[in-house]
Ligand binder design. Sequence first.
Ligand SMILES: Cc1ncc(COP(=O)(O)O)c(C=O)c1O
Length: 386
Amino acid sequence: MPGYELIGAEEQAEVDDIFKNGGVLFRHSFDHLRQDRWKVRDFEREFAKSVGMSYALAVTSGTAALRVALAVLDLQPGDEVITQSFTFVATVEAIIESGAIPVCAEIDGTLNMDPKSLKSLITPKTRAVIAVHMLGTPARLFEIDDICREKKIALIEDAAWGCGGSLDGRPLGTWGRMGTYSFDFAKTMTTGEGGMIVFQNEADYKAAAAWHDHGHENNPSVPRWEDTRASSGFNFRMTEMQGAVGLAQLKKLSHVVAMQRKNRDAMWAAIQNLPGIIPREVPVGSHETADALVFSVSDNATARQCRDALLAQGLSTKILPEAVTWHFAGTWTHMSELVDSHGGDLTKAFGPSRTRLERAVSLPVVVKMDETVPARLRTALAKVLK
Ligand SMILES: Cc1ncc(COP(=O)(O)O)c(C=O)c1O
């Protein structure tokens, strides 16, 4: 969560560097004005290096990152893309926008995609899987990746919450054919709005770079107005100001994740022996971003009582149990494409996921944690969990 907690002099200096040196805010061209300042380009290079990949493309948001990644796959009407029932609406919106049919798998104890459910939903029309690392905990990537390889289906990781995390030493976002990130204001690192895609192969990178920029190939041998075109496309270009902020935030990412993990551990230590508290399952080898501390209790009534008790102590919850409507496919009756693909009535869909989410409580984790928080958490939750 806390990229925004640490915005300060470093971000300001990167932005000032643009304004003191030509003030070019566009990521391409204007070479005679920009005095060799290329903030988006530098941000892409540094981000790619930080996750050990060769190709990264900065875009305007995490939603745009998903849309551009799907554009690379050249989906056709009737193609299906499977994601999970617990995610943010953006994941499903990007599938719908790309003209494909959205299908949501059940979640398991990790609150991420259940590989068994994924397997059962694959049809000859399945073209891609989007696995989401919700709230910074890795999905079961070993199993999901195996399934996608066996069935020759593209794996995209929605690492909106996974930036800075890893599984088995491999950064989240780099397991799939493509990985997407969000830098919106609530994410571990932020550019206000913004996103990134990383790619396993150059051809996908080139297709995405062109599509996010009206099909421009950015051929270095001709001026931009004479540029060659790779495809039709759209405009999801990041601005130099976002790139500048991203460069400064990236340098803080490992500190942010380390602090979140430390604070999450202190919070958990204070409450872990309360009766009936069950920790979220975490795949072996996970390095979570610890964006939130998530646990389950016996039922929805108890989860809601936990929230009320926390509020009384001046503490809050995050998404679970109160704001699940934006993050649970079973409530997205406004998405006719999803309703149709799940039998016409979402209120009857995703029973196992619903049961898991109703019992879950998620606590926000911040970098600059007030040191009284763990004890206050304990006091609040001990009133409910007796
Ligand atoms: C799982 C997930 N995917 C995608 C997004 C979209 O990111 P953005 O807000 O940058 O468009 C979000 C945003 O919260 C998210 O949680």
